[in-house]
Write a protein that binds this ligand. Structure first.
Ligand code: GAR
Length: 214
């Protein structure tokens, strides 16, 4: 299955997908394009090092959402995207892209949604808010997107404990290592193997056992 991965930053989630394709866990997945929200991210370097085609599409280069939306739609169509993965992507997608790829766009969020999501809740801001709130658990969520920030049917969640001596940086590192990195390839594998159904705002996962070598 052809996937397009959207990135905005360091690209550890992108690298993780590249590695899991290489080691055979995502044997039937091919990243056909990486779309970065600005020039010069380390995610772009990672993509280029892996020989993947990269496009830069910045929301700020467009005067309105319509032009941005149309450009991304064309790019996705021409790339042959069958699934879109937002792997640390910080812009809101336009309504035409969301509609055309409904239930085919996954997002990874560094908290247990619906807590600590929404506009402005990205990167370290999420972990600062988690520490400020005093919750004992945070984690990672993979969900299908809709028109709103960090909304849409939840596919997988992985809890991660908050430690008393955590800083936003230490918590972010643990959520990425223990939450996001195991979760995102698992979510992509479930979807690309046709094991996910969406009913209303819920996902149903076909628990059918897989062959151990598959
Ligand atoms: C990840 O922690 C991801 O969950 C977060 O940005 C980081 C990107 O890291 N995404 C959001 O906050 C989206 N709301 P990466 O570039 O190293 O994969």
């Amino acid at each position: 299955m052809n996937i397009v991965v959207f990135v905005s930053g360091g690209g550890t989630n992108l690298q993780n997908l590249i590695d899991r394709i290489a080691d055979g866990y995502l044997s039937d997945v091919r990243i056909c394009r990486v779309i970065a929200s600005r020039e010069g991210t380390y995610a772009q370097t990672r993509a280029e090092n892996a020989g993947l085609p990269v496009s830069i599409v910045s929301r700020k280069d467009f005067s309105d959402m319509e032009g941005y939306d149309e450009t991304l739609l064309q790019l996705l169509e021409h790339s042959g995207a069958e699934l879109v993965v937002l792997a640390g992507f910080l812009s809101l997608l336009g309504p035409r892209v969301v509609e055309r790829y409904r239930n085919r766009i996954l997002n990874i969020h560094p908290a247990l949604l619906p807590s600590f999501g929404g506009k402005g809740m990205y990167g370290l801001h999420v972990h600062e808010a988690v520490l400020e709130s005093g919750v004992k658990w945070t984690g990672a969520t993979v969900h299908f997107i809709n028109e709103n920030y960090d909304d849409g049917p939840i596919l997988l969640q992985q809890p991660v404990p908050v430690r008393q001596d955590d800083t936003p940086e230490s918590l972010q590192a643990r959520v990425i290592a223990e939450g996001e990195h195991p979760l995102l390839p698992e979510a992509v594998r479930l979807v690309t193997r046709g094991r996910v159904r969406i009913v209303g705002n819920k996902t149903l996962i076909d628990e059918e056992a897989e062959h151990p070598d598959s």
